[in-house]
Design a protein around this ligand. Structure first.
Ligand code: MG
Length: 384
């Protein structure tokens, strides 16, 4: 029996956040869609997979499957405005491929276990025309009206449907031809055509990622939050002419200034380099060459904001920043709170995750002689 699989990924759902539809969001380095495709590829009895995508998602799809080396994934076809319409287009694309049976899977179920796919295929091989994996409802069910529990719902015999749903190809094509409606799933389409549908055991982990909570759960379970990185930064600026120094975004009146190409905010430079370090994306000098006149006298928050922009672009979040300023004077302690507040404002990181502290070098070395200020910083990043 020649078995194909359709993966329905034409939806526009962006309510999980991010600027891409949910099937293109990352879970531990791989998109939800790619994980769903890989789950189907795990069964060697599936001859090939036909993805159905949205017309605007060609580039997202290509990037998503870039490193997936399988000649069993066909080039995608464009879906329609409704799920049923997209399935019809996918079924149409399989015409001429001599398919006997087809599995139809939601792109938003990336954790499909191999044994669920196996049970669907076994039922098809056993002669079933339509097969649905599902799990029995175990929670008490209540009908709720206006926020009040109104009546119990008998749960005996109630199952929650999952995918992949499996069908004899000719039967599901005929069933889709017989209806124009956008039905909830292909089981509904098969039933509308009068076809019996066999229920087989699904799995709890085969849940559909629908809410931000589902996405958090998925990322947590796959260890996606375990990509933790630290970076360090170090910077020095010499004292020069002036009557104030800017440290961690706060200007302190002082008998001298700090010399440098920008505003010479040594603390913010060290923090910025720590973040670039954690991302392994070079350093402040590479992003903002001192030879470029645009950065002359610039307020250093533009450097830090750039680093934060890169953090977001790489799907990381800063969970902690720690900066140590090394000088004999000015006194940092009285201003540390203002510095933390200013850094929180620039980075969007909560103030209780930002540390600014100071030390002297016991009058030793260039900081001890009062020739300048040094700063070192550590940034901790976690993949979101
Ligand atoms: Mg610097």
């Amino acid at each position: 029996m020649r078995i194909a699989a359709l993966i329905v990924a034409a939806g526009r759902g962006t309510r999980l956040g991010g600027d891409a539809p949910k099937q293109y969001l990352m879970i531990d380095g791989r998109t939800i869609l790619r994980r769903s495709i890989e789950a189907l590829l795990a069964d060697p009895r599936i001859a090939f997979i036909q993805p159905v995508i949205h017309g605007e998602d060609g580039a997202l799809f290509a990037a998503s499957v870039e490193e997936l080396s399988s000649d069993r994934v066909l080039p995608p076809v464009t879906g329609a405005a409704t799920r049923s319409g997209s399935v019809r287009r996918g079924l149409g694309a399989l015409e001429g491929h001599y398919v006997h049976a087809v599995l139809i899977h939601d792109a938003a179920r990336p954790f499909l276990p191999a044994d669920v796919t196996g049970r669907v295929i076994t039922a098809l091989l056993d002669g079933a025309e339509a097969v649905c994996p599902g799990i029995e409802v175990v929670d008490a069910l209540w009908r709720v009206e206006d926020g009040e529990v109104a009546a119990p719902v008998e749960r005996t015999g109630l199952w929650r449907a999952q995918t992949p749903q499996g069908f004899a190809y000719d039967a599901i094509v005929a069933a889709h031809r017989a209806t124009e409606a956008d039905l909830a799933d292909d089981v509904a389409v098969a039933r509308a055509a009068g076809n019996p549908v066999r229920m087989v055991q699904g799995a709890r982990e085969n849940y559909k990622i629908t809410t931000p909570g589902d996405l958090d759960r998925a990322r947590h379970e796959t260890g996606g939050n375990m990509d933790i990185r630290t970076g360090n930064g170090f910077d020095v600026h010499a004292f020069g002419a002036g009557d104030s120094v800017t440290l961690c975004g706060v200007s302190l009146p002082f008998g001298r200034g700090l010399s440098g190409h920008s505003d010479a905010d040594v603390g913010m430079h060290a923090l910025t380099d720590a973040i670039f370090g954690a991302l392994a994306e070079g350093d402040i000098g590479q992003w903002f060459p001192p030879s470029d006149p645009r950065w002359k006298g610039a307020a250093s928050d533009i450097f830090l904001r750039k680093a934060m922009e890169r953090v977001a672009a790489r799907d990381f979040a800063v969970t902690h920043l720690d900066c140590t300023l090394i000088c004999e004077a000015p006194k940092i302690g009285p201003h540390a709170a203002a510095m933390r507040a200013r850094l929180a404002e620039i980075t969007g990181v909560a103030e209780d995750r930002i540390s600014v502290k100071a030390t002297t070098s016991e009058r030793l070395g260039f900081t001890g002689r009062g020739e300048g200020i040094a700063a070192l910083a550590t940034a901790t990043l976690v993949r979101t």
